[in-house]
Write a protein that binds this ligand. Structure first.
Ligand SMILES: Cc1ncc(COP(=O)(O)O)c(C=O)c1O
Length: 342
């Protein structure tokens, strides 16, 4: 059966930033090794902007909105090793926009590389202005920055952390349609999707998109950020409601089920877990694919464990959405100091 398109989506302003479609590939060796359903990977680590990642698709809609409103300056938020901040900095460089990144020291990973390498190094290369502060200083730093930009006559546009609001989430509505077309063409059953979930834009876009397309796809968001899974569920729900309000023609029921898995967060956001590190080694050695210790490694560990537990046995294929993140690997070099367990 061929997948219908989303005509209402095509009429919404979008600034091209990503190279797409990103590939949908079978993880041949890993699937054989694990011996469960086939494992497929949607390569959103290959969106092409500044080493790729899931924020690029969101930024296509957010920056189109910013440009329509006449913005010349972008402000956004994240942890010091934010992948969203890095992709925003690169997109701003490409579009000739000023970029301010408010980066909070919220992760207790006490190694110097965390503050200097990986994403933060790239942010500087892209010419962004960095404001690194403690979590409780973000509001004050923001207020002072907004005042300064006003004095300078700048027109500022704020993007929330992770680019997650009903505008940014459209990037993953669009991704869902792209993935459905690819799965059709390759004969892959889209029964189960797994991905890392944090600021909720990816999951809400995928869930909304699947519903708008009439697909019976289960979408498991692996919580890698929130101490309570309910916070993430509420955020996904909130963005889906916002999408429903803005796009009633999509015909989506705002109360669609939301699947959050909370078993793979480990100690906390940004702290590598043993399972996540093992998943990184596995994907690297069996498929030549780079994951990261904060997002995609933990989500891939979830996928492997759920397959091993037999929880996905009803499906012939599982699709892992690789949301990127490997730009932070250098910042987490200390997590890889011990050799891989045999
Ligand atoms: C690499 C990576 N994967 C997954 C996510 C989670 O996506 P979202 O914030 O849309 O839930 C993020 C950002 O938070 C990310 O940087």
């Amino acid at each position: 059966m061929s997948t219908p398109d989303l005509p209402w989506l095509a009429s919404i302003g979008r600034q091209t930033l990503a190279i797409e479609p990103t590939p949908l590939q079978k993880m041949e060796r890993l699937s054989a090794e694990i011996g469960g359903p086939e494992i497929w990977i949607k390569r959103d680590d290959c969106t092409g902007l500044a080493t790729g990642g899931n924020k690029t698709r969101k930024l296509e809609y957010l920056l189109a909105d910013a440009l329509t409103r006449g913005a010349d300056t972008i402000i956004t938020y994240g942890a010091v090793q934010s992948n969203h901040a890095r992709q925003t900095a690169a997109a701003c460089a490409q579009l000739g926009l000023n970029c301010h990144l408010l980066l909070s020291r919220r992760v207790n990973w006490p190694h110097p590389s965390y503050l200097n390498q990986g994403n933060v190094l790239l942010d500087r290369l892209f010419g962004a202005q960095l404001h690194v502060c403690d979590l409780d200083q973000v509001d004050g730093t923001r207020d002072a920055l907004l005042e300064q930009l006003k004095q300078e006559g700048r027109s500022a546009y704020e993007i929330p952390a992770g680019g997650s609001n009903p505008i940014g989430a459209l990037g993953y509505v669009r991704c869902m349609a792209e993935l459905a077309r690819q799965a059709d063409a390759l004969g892959v059953q889209l029964g189960q999707i797994v991905h890392a979930s944090a600021s909720a834009g990816t999951q809400s876009g995928l869930v909304f998109g699947a519903n708008a397309l009439g697909l019976e796809t289960h979408i498991m968001g692996v919580n890698v950020f929130h101490p309570s899974p309910e916070t993430l569920r509420n955020r996904v729900q909130h963005i889906i409601r916002g999408l429903c309000e803005r796009h009633p023609q999509a015909g989506v029921n705002a109360e669609v089920p939301i699947d959050i898995n909370h078993a793979y967060l480990g100690e906390a956001y940004g702290i590598p877990s043993a399972e996540g590190l093992a998943a990184i080694h596995l994907a690297a050695r069996m498929e030549g694919i780079l994951l990261d210790p904060v997002y995609s490694g933990k989500a891939f560990a979830a996928l492997i464990d759920q397959v091993n537990l037999g929880n996905f046995n009803e499906h012939s294929a599982i699709v892992f959405i690789h949301t990127g993140g490997h730009a932070s690997l250098g910042a987490y070099a200390d997590a890889f100091a011990d050799p891989e367990p045999a």
